[in-house]
Design a protein around this ligand. Structure first.
Ligand SMILES: Cc1cc2nc3c(=O)[nH]c(=O)nc-3n(C[C@H](O)[C@H](O)[C@H](O)COP(=O)(O)OP(=O)(O)OC[C@H]3O[C@@H](n4cnc5c(N)ncnc54)[C@H](O)[C@@H]3O)c2cc1C
Length: 380
């Protein structure tokens, strides 16, 4: 009998996993004992970290896209289609266009989606760099923005790359300074809890840098509505901020089919944070943003989790106990300007301790972004 492993989502986690399985299970794939299918609703793989640089004119959205067919091992069946329903009892996926897919093992790697409509006025007034179209539209605004108040508002958590809002204001500060415009541009950063980042260690590190750079901070600010005509953001706590250019990190959700399948709320899959097995269904794993583990929604997390699930699946297919576990490992380069970055590495047990910012770390981040395409192929 051939075991069918289906990976749903061809972003960072799903692509790394599919390629890792192709390598690890090569003998079984050759013998026809296993089949691996990767399903994605876009023929391209999208590398989202590129979008941080788009508003500053440093990168193009196309730099973050490559055809999945070029990235994924030939031993993997690639299906470009959208899954519309998941039945974990029948072990079956229904598709928008093609025939349903039955699985023996399923890995959900469906990532995050943006939900700006949850805050009245936000979609109309707010710019973002958390989507390809948003990053392009923001670039058009930012490149001609020479005076006024730029507000960066983190509307809800969790969101992708918890460091990216800090990176954006640090880069904006430096970018306006280099161009002699910083005195004309006020920068305000808002965050929904009582500090500037969800992780207290990163928050303690970042806050003095923000103060040094004259970045105004409003914590415990949960945006409730935006008035595009008056150019104001109002918070649930009763605060009101004027803006000339509003950049937001919109609310994030997982995909609907997760909740409809009873696997977790708001599209996030409830999993064991070590084994990554879904709590509500057998033979289902989740990795990356959609897996509710307590680790950040970051590509590095998706990557490490893919390695763990690949090893577990290889054991299961071979009829052995699965022992590989995820320890919360997270790596992140964090831009602190246009030419300096910091770096953090942490896990469930060991908190982050950001490295002193340096030019070397900035180049390391840019080098990683280039080598990412090898990582996605499973070569690094
Ligand atoms: C601006 C920005 C900067 C970032 N910077 C960093 C960084 O520096 N370092 C870092 O580690 N992370 C960073 N991230 C976060 C990182 O991009 C994500 O955490 C990562 O992509 C998550 O991987 P994933 O596999 O879970 O989901 P994704 O990469 O989002 O992939 C999900 C895939 O599933 C597909 N899909 C969803 N639903 C369906 C369906 N029903 N049917 C078929 N296909 C479906 C989607 O089309 C997509 O291809 C950044 C993110 C942003 C937005």
């Amino acid at each position: 009998m051939t075991d069918h492993v289906v990976v749903l989502g061809g972003g960072t986690g799903g692509s790394v996993l599919a390629n890792d399985l192709a390598d690890r299970l090569a003998p079984e794939l050759d013998a026809g004992d296993v089949r691996v299918t990767l399903v994605n609703d876009d023929p391209d793989h999208v590398y989202k970290p590129v979008w941080l640089y788009v508003p500053f004119g440093e990168r193009e959205p196309a730099d973050g896209r490559r055809p999945l067919a070029e990235l994924v091992d030939d031993a993997v069946d690639l299906r470009i289609d959208r899954v519309t329903r998941l039945d974990t009892n029948a072990r079956r996926l229904e598709m928008r266009d093609g025939a349903p897919i039955e699985y023996d093992y399923l890995v959900l790697a469906t990532g995050s989606t943006l939900a700006p409509d949850e805050v009245p006025g936000l979609a109309e007034a707010g710019h973002d760099y958390y989507s390809e179209s948003g990053a392009e539209a923001l670039r058009d605004e930012l490149l001609s923005f020479t005076e006024g108040r730029l507000v960066l508002s983190v509307v809800g958590t969790p969101h992708m790359c918890p460091a990216a809002p800090l990176e954006f204001v640090f880069m904006a500060d430096d970018w306006f300074r280099e161009r002699g415009l910083r005195d004309e541009v006020d920068i305000t950063y808002t965050y929904p809890v009582q500090r500037v980042h969800g992780n207290e260690h990163i928050a303690e590190w970042a806050r003095p840098i923000m103060d040094d750079r004259d970045i105004d901070v409003e914590t415990f600010f949960n945006a409730e509505s935006v008035d595009p005509d008056a150019r104001t953001v109002t918070s649930m706590e009763g605060g009101e901020l004027d803006y000339d250019l509003l950049v937001t990190i919109p609310p994030h959700r997982g995909v609907d089919l997760v909740e409809e399948a009873g696997l977790g709320d708001q599209g996030w899959v409830d999993v064991d944070q070590h084994t990554l097995e879904a709590e509500a269904a057998d033979r289902v794993y989740a990795i990356g943003d959609t897996a509710e583990t307590g680790a950040p929604n970051a590509g590095s997390v998706a990557h490490y989790q893919a390695g763990v699930v690949s090893r577990r699946l290889a054991s299961e297919v071979r009829g052995r106990p699965a022992t590989a576990t995820y320890d919360g490992k997270t790596l992140c380069f964090l831009e602190t300007g246009m030419s300096e970055a910091s770096f953090v590495a942490f896990d469930y047990e060991n908190p982050p301790s950001p490295a002193p910012p340096s030019e070397k770390l900035h180049w390391a981040k840019l080098a990683y972004n280039e080598s990412y395409w090898l990582t996605a192929r499973g070569l690094l």
